[in-house]
Design a protein. Structure first.
Length: 229
């Protein structure tokens, strides 16, 4: 299984470079993470770097990921090899298994831990492969001062492309769900009946003020009439 994952990621990196053409070769991701979430209770994970990494660097990345999340990794293997295509360069991959992180109950896919771990890279790709019964309800596109994220879906594959604009963050807080858009013309946070009561309350206050003003004017006129008499 690990061999299949590593080969798939390496092929993905090479294919992206070929499809981009010589002028867009820079668009290939610096690191790609694939989570194969089809055999509970574990997810198969492969991290493919678009360059050669030594064991200290790959171990440090896993340490950061584990420290940030509390996730436990089993059967960790790292290797460096060439994709075998003309002009390809050696790349390093790390493969392991862990308890499922793709949320099948709520349809959510974690992103923040991977972005925190690999924020030194400008281009990160995170791909989740799930089963047919998965119902996605998570984030699609997102942008703040630090990152720009776009998601594309092909069948049961969800690919997030992350561009790190500014890595000067400690822990990034990427929402798991899309942020609800405010409804125009409605008071935020108020129920229908609360808005009705508010409308009647304003109308009642207006009526009272109008009555008091009318009474005041009437009394002034009555006072003036008495003085003239």
């Amino acid at each position: 299984m690990y061999t299949v994952l590593a080969a798939f990621l390496a092929l993905g990196l090479v294919s992206a470079s070929i499809a981009a053409g010589p002028a867009k070769l820079i668009d290939a991701p610096d690191v790609m993470v694939m989570i194969l979430s089809v055999m509970p209770p574990y997810d198969q994970v492969s991290i493919q770097y678009n360059s050669v990494m030594n064991s200290d660097q790959t171990s440090a990345d896993l340490s950061v990921l584990a420290r940030e999340t509390g996730w436990l990794f089993k059967n960790v293997e790292s290797s460096t090899q060439s994709a075998g295509t003309p002009g390809s360069v050696p790349t390093t991959s790390t493969n392991f298994i862990m308890l499922r992180i793709a949320n099948y109950t709520e349809g959510l896919l974690p992103l923040s831990p991977f972005v925190d771990t690999f924020k030194r890279f400008k281009r990160i790709e995170i791909r989740y492969l799930v089963t047919k019964d998965y119902r996605f309800r998570g984030l699609r596109d997102y942008e703040n001062k630090y990152v720009r994220i776009g998601m594309s879906q092909e069948g049961t594959s969800y690919l997030y492309r992350v561009q790190v604009k500014d890595r000067g963050f400690d822990k990034i807080q990427i929402p798991l769900k899309p942020t609800p858009k405010p409804v125009v013309g409605r008071a935020a946070g108020m129920s229908f009946w609360a808005r009705i009561l508010l409308i009647f309350g304003v109308a009642a206050i207006g009526a009272v003020l109008a009555y008091l003003l009318t009474s005041f004017i009437a009394k002034r006129r009555a006072g003036n009439d008495n003085v003239e008499t």
